[in-house]
Design a protein around this ligand. Structure first.
Ligand code: DGL
Length: 272
């Protein structure tokens, strides 16, 4: 079984790619929605919650486990690998390297959470690329909330523009989606970029980088077919530490297919 974990429903953008490549492989998705968003919380809290949630996935028999959350990966990936040495662990990392290699203007924009952007892991990653490109960052907590609550009303477009336009004005021609919630907002992101290009008669192409297809390919390389431990379970199972209905509504909305979920009301809901 493949385990996929995120603070909320953002990791479904990675789950979607994994199940596209491995449609017959059983998956368990766990959202820690009792504590979403992680992006503005203390690092120690995010690290402890990540360990608790990954432990639960490992107990269910998941291997590999995908930490489909840039924030959790930024502060907890080493701890997870250390705690579960026999389990394959795949994490997320903002796609700064391909962005720095692809930019023509020499300016790259990274959209992520505050925790990711201030992490030592992100500092180490960008240190390798700051000589080849100017890297500008922006935390967009409102985007995470919009995805979690399915707020696709008239406020969303200006909210997306408020984070993107300063990067475009600064010359960015590659934008890195460094949070797994953000690929769900791709239509709004692309509309904002297009509107800006038209308004400024800008010739330059702007690329949006979503690392989930590459992460899914890495998961597929790690996956070793085994006999299923229990044939009575659904192929794809979804759990949340929050309310099941809230998960089902948001997941069904963004995936465009009906999703059934169960709420974990046990020890997993106790704050770290
Ligand atoms: N989806 C998460 C990420 O990739 C974080 C969202 C949050 O909980 O703030 O960073």
């Amino acid at each position: 079984m493949i385990g996929v974990f995120d603070s909320g429903i953002g990791g479904l953008t990675v789950w979607r790619e994994i199940t596209r490549i491995l449609p017959d492989v059983p998956t368990i998705y766990l959202a820690d929605q009792a504590f979403v968003p992680y992006g503005e919380r203390p690092e120690a809290f995010v690290c402890a919650r990540t360990l608790t949630c990954v432990e639960w996935l490992v107990e269910q028999g998941c291997d590999p486990v995908v930490v489909a959350c840039n924030t959790a990966s930024a502060v907890a990936l080493e701890a997870v690998r250390h705690a579960f040495p026999s389990v394959g662990v795949v994490g997320m990392e903002p796609a700064v390297k391909p962005a720095a290699q692809q930019t023509r203007t020499g300016v790259v924009g990274v959209l992520a959470t505050a925790v990711t952007l201030r992490s030592a892991r992100y500092a180490a990653l960008t240190a390798q690329w700051r000589a080849s490109a100017q890297i500008i960052e922006r935390a967009c907590p409102t985007w995470v909330t919009a995805v979690e609550t399915c707020e696709t009303n008239a406020q969303l477009q200006p909210c997306v523009e408020a984070c993107l336009v300063p990067m475009l004005e600064a010359g960015a021609d590659v934008i890195v989606l460094g949070c797994t919630h953000f690929p769900f907002l791709l239509p709004w992101i692309e509309r904002s970029v297009e509107a800006w290009r038209v308004a400024h008669a800008a010739e330059r192409e702007v690329r949006i980088l979503d690392p989930s297809p590459a992460v899914a390919r890495q998961v597929a390389r790690l996956w070793k077919p085994r006999s299923s431990p229990n044939g009575t379970h659904a192929l794809q199972r979804f759990y949340t530490t929050g309310e099941a209905l809230r998960f089902e509504q948001a997941a069904s909305f963004w995936l465009g297919q009906p999703v059934r979920a169960a709420s974990l009301t046990s020890a997993l809901r106790v704050p770290a």
